[in-house]
Design a protein around this ligand. Sequence first.
Ligand code: SF4
Length: 271
Amino acid sequence: MLRWLSLELTYRCQNHCKWCYNPCSRLNTPELPEKTWSRVITEAADLGTEVIVFTGGEPLLIPFLDRLIDLSSDLGILPGIVTNGELIPDNYLRLIESGLGLVWISILGSCSSINDAITYRKGSFHRKIKAFHALSHAATKRHILLMANMVIEPRNYFNIYDTLRILSDESVDVAYVEEVVHTGHAERNPCFFLDEEQRKISLHQVEKSQNDFSSLVTITRTLNRPFGERNPPPSEFLNITPDGFITETESIIPKLGSSIIDSSLIELINL
Ligand code: SF4
């Protein structure tokens, strides 16, 4: 059964994180139109999909995102977004009205000087904080699950505790603290991986936060594993790239590289 679907609507983003997980050779990838994504969502509903997460790049750059969220919600699927959060201050009311159930925002430090040095975009930190603030109030009213993700590397690992304190103050429900993944731009920039001492210091801060911020669920899936080891994709999970290709398919689809443009989800799953 296909329970969780991740749709990468674009590889574009306003930020310039040097270790971005997007494949750097494919930033100009052609993007699927609204009509194709709507078909995929309708087929996913027929397959019993419970959650669709719109991601990227930055999904808020897609002008028809709210209509895809609406469609998912109308078909009984919980829609969510994975975002850098920085366009939410302009868009959040519209998003909430469109039935959003889950928002997952990245943050890279507890202040502009740390966060903005990593995103290479001035004002990035303040816009994220505005987004958390707006959504934490909305979440109370609308039952949005508010999540955060802090990617750690040598420029911010010492700042985990202070960042989680801010997330706790902003009533974030769940925070993930993760190392840079070995894909996309990071493959060319190994200087962003932590050494063993930095990993120990990071893990210590996560554990202290778990004790001190009781309302915030903090999860790390990498720091207590051997360096570089990735989680296997969850079973019943499928990801589709901006140009319609299937990835992370071990549990469902045996054939990597299949395209949603030529086949329906049902046909692909039955390959
Ligand atoms: S905010 Fe996310 S998608 Fe954008 S450049 Fe940074 S890692 Fe990549």
